[in-house]
Design a protein. Structure first.
Length: 192
């Protein structure tokens, strides 16, 4: 058994194990936003993310005795949220490509993309197909590596890398098109 992680909310977690609803509500309040955002980044649907987040908390409270303390409670809970989100995607019959081709070569930075806001990036990610959005979210936003992603999604490591590369390329295309539209609207807006 590994080293125990020190949880700053351990007193609340102990009370949750005893069925204390106030402690459960406090844990919910502390972790709600980050868990909801993790699910939303994967699913791209606020209502589904809300449902997954609620189900995940219920599962966590039911299985709290199985929490070993080797990782932070937040990491343990996030894994539940991500797995439930991915299960929902699978139910939607999202099929991740099993590709054995060589990885595409990355292109140089596009100078037009240097002035893009965080909101523009978030909007572009949200518009990606489920598979691309999921792999970008897991790697860029949730911090998983390709080995972990391949295990989570049940795909080969090379497929994770290829999907990620293609997702980045698709994101770049969307951002480039959006940037050009904005520039054209700005030019024609001044002439109009």
């Amino acid at each position: 058994m590994g080293k125990k992680y020190f949880n700053i909310h351990q007193d609340l977690l102990d009370r949750c194990q005893e069925g204390d609803q106030r402690a459960q509500f406090e844990i919910y309040r502390l972790y709600y936003r980050s868990m909801y955002n993790s699910s939303l980044r994967i699913l791209g649907n606020p209502e589904e993310a809300e449902d997954i987040m609620q189900e995940s908390f219920l599962t966590a409270f039911r299985k709290l005795k199985s929490y070993s303390g080797e990782v932070s409670f937040g990491s343990w809970l996030k894994k539940i949220v991500i797995n439930r989100s991915l299960d929902l995607l699978r139910k939607r019959k999202v099929i991740f490509e099993e590709l054995h081709a060589e990885l595409p070569v990355a292109t140089e930075n596009d100078p037009e993309l240097n002035q893009i806001s965080v909101d523009e990036v978030k909007s572009a990610i949200a518009s990606l197909p489920d598979g691309y959005r999921t792999i970008l979210s897991l790697i860029l936003l949730e911090g998983y590596d390709h080995e972990e992603v391949s295990e989570i999604l049940g795909i080969k490591n090379v497929s994770s890398r290829t999907q990620f590369s293609r997702a980045r390329q698709k994101l770049r295309e969307i951002l480039t098109v959006n940037r050009k539209k904005k520039i054209e609207e700005g030019i024609y807006g001044y002439m109009g």
